[in-house]
Design a protein around this ligand. Structure first.
Ligand code: AMP
Length: 282
């Protein structure tokens, strides 16, 4: 496994791989890896000749009052976790490599970014699409793998790739969970024991909604009432949103027909956590 910190060196490496006809897989991350990240890497590994993982805590996707300064990081730990995959190249640039002096160009997906997380994090997705577009230009992958845990991010990136005719296939992979159901997240490390227990309410609420749908409930308002009640009944949870939306347009639905995405966001203690599931109408 090699490690590159400079953009130009990364571009040279990928140029050589491409010239040799290799298919490049790419998993962008902010580090502090867990099994969720590793599952994306395993998928990319099995579909490509060469695997690049970026570790970059992207300042542009954090709001001024958010957790950029306290976001967990440990490069040595990450490198150890990636060894068995195995990863060919780790791209770990300093912020100045990505946002040099004079930087002033941003990528914005207009509509899909205004809803769900976009309401509480109005500048977040512009930061995400800008850095992902830049990483795609630097790494030039054939395949890029993202987690469905960040469902809105995946939909936004797929839209960007389509709208800007980017030559990369974007694939989403299922959310990896702890044994008790909590969606894995780098931010979980900041949950205190009581908060960790309360955080379970998110995945429990998803199961509750699935079960209501299985029993024939298709009215969004009814399902959301039960979901909100369950999450808000826990100590330490501040629900930001619970919505049922069309999985492609992210527009809210009143009645579940076919499939709908139940998306949740809550602040639990310090960390802000998100989770989601596709709810199927019976
Ligand atoms: P992050 O490091 O949080 O920016 O995440 C990097 C990638 O890992 C994104 O595509 C996330 O959607 C994905 N990811 C994060 N948590 C999980 C999880 N629990 N299961 C699957 N993928 C995940």
């Amino acid at each position: 496994m090699e490690l590159i910190t400079e953009t130009e060196k990364m571009k040279t490496w990928t140029r050589e791989k491409r010239a040799n006809g290799m298919k490049i897989g790419f998993v962008p991350t902010m580090g502090y890896l867990h099994q969720g990240h590793l599952s994306l890497m395993k998928y990319a590994r099995s579909h490509c000749d060469s695997l690049v993982v970026s570790i970059f805590i992207n300042p542009a996707q954090f709001g001024p009052t958010e957790d950029f300064k306290t976001y967990p990081q440990n490069l040595d730990r990450d490198l150890e976790l990636m060894k068995p995959i195995p990863v060919d190249m780790v791209f770990n640039p300093a912020p100045e490599q990505i946002y040099p002096d004079g930087f002033q160009t941003y990528v914005e997906v207009a509509k899909l970014t205004r809803v769900l997380c976009g309401v509480n994090r109005p500048t977040h997705f512009q930061g995400v699409t800008t850095v992902v577009a830049k990483l795609f230009n630097i790494v030039r992958p054939h395949l890029a793998v993202f987690g469905q845990k960040d469902f809105q991010q995946l939909v936004v990136i797929q839209r960007m790739v389509k709208d800007l005719n980017m030559d990369v296939e974007v694939v989403g992979q299922p959310t990896v969970r702890e044994e008790d159901g909590l969606a894995m997240s780098s931010r979980n490390v900041h949950l205190l024991p009581g908060e960790r227990k309360s955080a379970l309410a998110l995945s429990e609420a998803l199961k509750l909604a699935q079960e209501m749908a299985r029993q024939g409930q298709r009215t969004a308002a009814e399902i959301l009432r039960a979901v909100k009640k369950h999450i808000e009944s826990q100590p330490y949870t501040q629900l930001q949103y619970a919505v049922l939306v069309d999985p492609e347009t992210l527009e809210e639905v009143e009645v579940i027909e076919g499939k709908a995405l139940l998306a949740l966001a809550a602040v639990v203690g310090k960390p802000r956590l998100i989770d989601n599931a596709i709810i199927t109408a019976y």
